[in-house]
Write a protein that binds this ligand. Sequence first.
Ligand code: CO
Length: 200
Amino acid sequence: MLKKNREWSARIQTESPGYLESVSRAQKPEILWVGCSDSRVGPDQLIGLPMGSVFVHRNIANLFATGDLNCLAVLEYAIDELKIPNIVVCGHYECGGIKAAMEHSGIQPVDLWLDQVRFVYQRHADTLNQLQPDKRANRLAELNVEAQVHNICRNTIVREAWRRGQKVNVIGVIYDIHDGLLKQLGIQYSSQEEWESGYS
Ligand code: CO
């Protein structure tokens, strides 16, 4: 790891002299990324934006847990301090967290964390149960993205920002791990009115 790091540092300082120095002064990210911790879905590789562009929050199954201090602190800092205009919730197909939520429950920390996905499943059980198991997990991953977008829009940090006229665009996408492409889900809200009409 350290060897790779030294190589990277040397390369970037040769190819772009002064770049690290300029980035070190401040960050001005355009995106708050809420994604899964899965090692295959790191945003830096997926969207190829330069350093300083993406403020990242990741956890198992890309949840925005409304009672989680970490999630709330990230959202508050992203909106109130960094004034980030776009929040992207990115789920992914073949998500181990989604599959685990469907397959078993229990009292271990991961099980308890994934209860939030089970609530999404229960809400959509009628349609999900008609699908084949592999399609069911992928559809649940999409529905979970939608649920997390609503959790973010429902939050007072976002609603207060909208109320005072700050630009906050909340978008749900899903990453297809098979072809490396991000797919839009038609879930996007940039005002309280838009969100309320979409939610109903
Ligand atoms: Co995952």
